[in-house]
Ligand binder design. Sequence first.
Ligand code: ADP
Ligand code: ADP
Length: 227
Amino acid sequence: MSQISLRNIEKIYEGSTEPSVKDFNLEIEDKEFIVFVGPSGCGKSTTLRMIAGLETISGGELYIKDKLVNKTPPKDRDIAMVFQNYALYPHLSVYENMAFGLKLRKVPKNEIKERIADAAETLGLTDFLKRKPSALSGGQRQRVALGRAIVREAPIFLMDEPLSNLDAKLRVQMRAEITRLHKHLNNTIIYVTHDQTEAMTMATRIVVMKDGVIQQIGAPIDVYNTP
Ligand code: ADP
Ligand code: ADP
């Protein structure tokens, strides 16, 4: 069976009459890099948030590794997340922010140190580990948010526009970093973006959404080369 299975998933927000996502069917295999694209408001974030467990599912079934998880709380899904507006803990240092999820999961101290040192090096954060988020730029904060996910080494990463606040140069660099990371961790990534270059360079499969439904699923070359 697939690693993640979305079957007829539907989302109707409270107070809405129309579904924001409907008839959503997708089988995601282990180690895929899936990118959701489509115009603003088409339901990309809603779908990601349902997979994360941050949004209730109105209809259909969501399976992760054979287990029905419609009602499973986020912390019990083996998922690490990076969101555009991911709130870092303001009273904790960069190091403590990255260590938080690992301490929760009882990862040994030495291992935590090692993983954070590696991630900080990758993300250019080594000199900032003692700082509070308030003493960082927007781009640096976004890298800390990415670092928090990286150190988890979770089998599933969900990323919602994780590079949107970065300048062009850093975005190109981080794109390569995420691709490298995906190969290194050998995990499954579901990634939401507006950026066609990101989708084309990183995806193994692209899911094109429009008005809450899937319009097309295919390899980057198929999605962007159709007449
Ligand atoms: P995308 O990520 O593709 O920009 P979203 O998933 O954010 O799209 O939104 C899909 C639709 O659901 C939009 O019409 C949006 O207005 C609506 N929506 C998103 N969040 C909420 C909410 N909390 N309550 C009501 N409607 C929402
Ligand atoms: P971790 O780094 O392990 O995700 P956190 O303290 O950041 O640790 O998150 C603990 C749990 O809170 C997560 O496993 C997830 O279930 C939930 N969570 C993470 N990010 C968000 C978010 N942006 N909004 C709401 N809940 C979240």
